[in-house]
Design a binder for this molecule. Structure first.
Ligand code: FES
Length: 68
């Protein structure tokens, strides 16, 4: 059984759930204590690596074949 689940959202971020840890390049924890985050993949978030909803403003298209 996976402890971390990564689910790409159609035209949006990666939804991460489970027992995970995300660090900055310098090793500082990001979103410590959380078991759910959304990671930006459109490149437009002002709060990277987390999604801030900017993907909607820029019309990001993920071109996923499968709709969630
Ligand atoms: S995916 Fe949401 S701001 Fe980039």
């Amino acid at each position: 059984m996976a402890t971390v689940i990564i689910t790409p959202q159609n035209d949006g971020p990666y939804h991460i759930t489970g027992d995970f840890q995300i660090n900055t390049q310098g090793g500082q924890p990001i979103a410590a204590g959380k078991n759910e985050v959304w990671l930006c993949r459109c490149g437009q978030s002002s709060h990277k690596p987390l999604c801030d909803g900017s993907h909607k403003k820029v019309g990001f298209s993920s071109n996923l074949d499968e709709k969630p």
